[in-house]
Design a protein around this ligand. Structure first.
Ligand code: FES
Ligand code: MG
Length: 583
């Protein structure tokens, strides 16, 4: 039986975790209280009240969280209204567009920081403020392991981009018009005008990229207020949602509504269904695997593939959809509208942070635009967003997004054109003498969790310039990298095990035939096993990338993509529970 069938009794003030710091009549607590006085807080401000940590991933270099400096005040207002005491704890911001080589290198760093911030401070509950790509899984991973009641405040999507009256979508249109520019079809003036028109407000990418995907999945799992993830960042509803989340966090403490009561296996299965129907970012696979495993559920790549065969893509949001953006999705009914349409596939007994099950939360949900949130019998793509392929080139699986690929490439055999690493690709892809045809399969290796390092979003390999000029806009591309959720094309990603650790991708040579058959979920390198064995024996292991620091630790402990790229020592079953600090 799910544990939420028997809700625990309400906590008393004596039982608050923060009371261990503040309540005793001893020397240590004298110190804690006197230092609260030092900040201007009297006992009446905090004693006997839930202390709510607000973990804020604001920074001056994170465009998507620029409004968090104000929004944190709205969360605090809500906490105070409900009788709690808010404390802001800043954390690593992970700006997707600025942090190199990739924010994915640091997802687990923020997860660890979140877990330890919560554990080490006198806090009873937590409001997590994130949204830009990796911040959502990172904050939730940390909160899962810390185990105190937690609610997620998503940053919300930015406004639609605009150029000469044309709508521009984050990422997707940048990629599209960049190809036009490489083909000589876009002037410098137009390109510069796009630069000032594509990102018009604070908030996360407003295509169905990783940010919109992961915040929606946080909501589907039950970790945000219902409806929260779709609210545009610049909409005043977003301000009110922040205050409401602050209020709710206080009550969650009294109710002891911990992540483990919300993040059930059923909640993760719902999230997989929602991901498929949304035309989700391929990154969702890695993050959901990590999150589900942290929550101690046995969910694997095959669960995604099973869902993809039954759940259609019904959110008509770019890049899988042809037209709309997150702002349109919000006006069409947002995530509750989408979940209403998905009712036959969902387990609506699962709880949300409200303490109520989805069956109650969806009672008033509606869909206001059938073209944006399609009925199940009129999907934009009849199968789910992702396919998991396996074969001798990817024994532990790889992922692609058929809904965003040219249909003629879903069954394809062609000769490989191999790039050993990203600098090699960058240096040669646009050469006029490159020996390449539209039938070639572009292969990039040494771009995985260890090889990248951090699996950078290099998986949408550029189409060679000479082919772009001929009008070619999609080709089969294979790598152990990830790709941006705003990317598109016949890109096969996350090949596991990665080439850097000797996975079969390391054995491919230019000219080898590669066959891809998405409907039958297979990928094969058409080279006989004896020859592959010879090549394997001749492989020279690459030099370690890091000799010290965080990168060194990362290299020793990172899991492969099919397991979610968590650190082994952060896994829930790695050792005995950490327990509370001695005070
Ligand atoms: Fe922040 Fe896209 S750059 S969500
Ligand atoms: Mg992204």
């Amino acid at each position: 039986m799910p544990s939420h069938d028997t809700p625990p009794r309400r906590k008393t003030a004596d039982e608050l975790r923060s009371a261990r710091w503040f309540a005793p009549d001893d020397f240590r607590s004298f110190g804690h209280r006197s230092r609260m006085n030092q900040m201007g807080y009297a006992a009446a401000d905090y004693a006997g009240k839930p202390v709510i940590a607000i973990i804020n991933t604001w920074s001056d270099l994170n465009q998507c969280h620029a409004h968090f400096k104000q929004r944190v005040e709205d969360v605090k207002r809500g906490v105070l209204q409900a009788g709690g005491f808010p404390v802001e704890l800043p954390a690593l911001s992970l700006s997707e567009s600025k942090v190199k080589p990739t924010t994915m290198l640091y997802r687990n760093f923020l997860a660890m920081e979140t877990e330890e911030l919560i554990r080490s401070h006198p806090v009873d509950g937590v409001v997590l403020m994130g949204g830009c790509d990796k911040t959502t899984p990172a904050l939730l991973l940390g909160a899962t392991s810390a185990g105190v009641p937690a609610i997620y405040v998503p940053a919300g999507p930015m406004l639609r981009g605009n150029w000469h009256g044309r709508v521009l979508g984050s990422g997707s249109d940048a990629f599209k018009y960049w190809d036009e520019r490489r083909a000589g079809a876009i002037s410098d003036k137009d390109w510069n005008e796009m630069e000032v028109g594509i990102a018009r407000s604070y908030g996360v990418c407003m295509t169905m990229g990783t940010a919109a995907t992961m915040t929606a999945l946080a909501e589907a799992i039950g970790m945000t207020l219902p409806g929260a993830s779709s609210i545009p960042a610049a909409d005043s509803n977003h301000i009110r949602m922040c205050a409401a989340a602050g209020r709710r966090a206080v009550d969650m403490v009294w109710e002891d509504l911990t992540p483990s009561r919300i993040q059930t296996e059923g909640a993760f299965r719902n999230a997989i269904t929602v991901a498929m129907a949304m035309g989700c970012s391929t990154n969702a696979v890695i993050h959901l695997l990590a999150m589900a495993r942290r929550a101690a559920h046995a969910i694997g790549l095959d669960d995604f593939d099973r869902a993809s065969r039954t759940v259609p893509v019904i959110a008509n949001i770019r890049p899988s959809g042809d037209r709309y953006l997150m702002e349109d999705f919000y006006y069409a009914g947002g995530l509750p509208g989408l979940m209403l349409r998905l009712k036959p596939f969902l387990d609506l007994d699962q709880l949300t942070v409200t303490g109520r099950p989805w069956s109650e939360e969806l009672a008033e949900a509606e869909v206001y635009n059938d073209d944006v949130i399609r009925p199940l019998d009129n999907p934009i793509y009849a199968e789910g967003a992702l396919a998991v392929l396996r074969g001798n080139l990817a024994p532990d699986g790889c992922v692609m997004k058929p809904s965003a690929a040219a249909p003629h490439l879903l069954r394809h055999t062609g000769p490989a054109l191999v790039f050993d690493n990203y600098p090699d690709l960058k240096a040669t892809i646009d050469r006029d003498d490159l020996d390449v045809t539209p039938e070639h399969v572009l292969v990039l290796r040494n771009a995985g969790p260890l090889g990248g390092p951090g699996m950078p979003e290099w998986g949408m390999l550029p189409i060679p310039k000479k082919l772009v000029r001929q009008g070619v806009r999609d080709m089969v591309r294979i790598s152990d990298a990830r790709m941006s959720g705003t990317s598109y094309g016949a890109c096969i990603l996350h090949v596991s095990p990665e080439s850097y650790v000797g996975g079969p991708l390391a054995l491919v040579r230019t000219g080898d035939l590669i066959s891809v058959d998405v409907p039958s979920r297979s990928i094969s390198l058409e080279v006989d096993e004896a020859e592959l064995e010879r090549r394997r024996a001749a492989l020279v292991p690459p030099a370690p990338r890091y000799g010290r620091g965080y990168g060194w630790m990362f290299s020793r402990h990172i899991a492969q993509a099919d397991k979610g790229c968590d650190f082994d020592f952060l896994q829930t079953d790695f050792g005995p529970p950490v327990g509370e600090p001695d005070i």
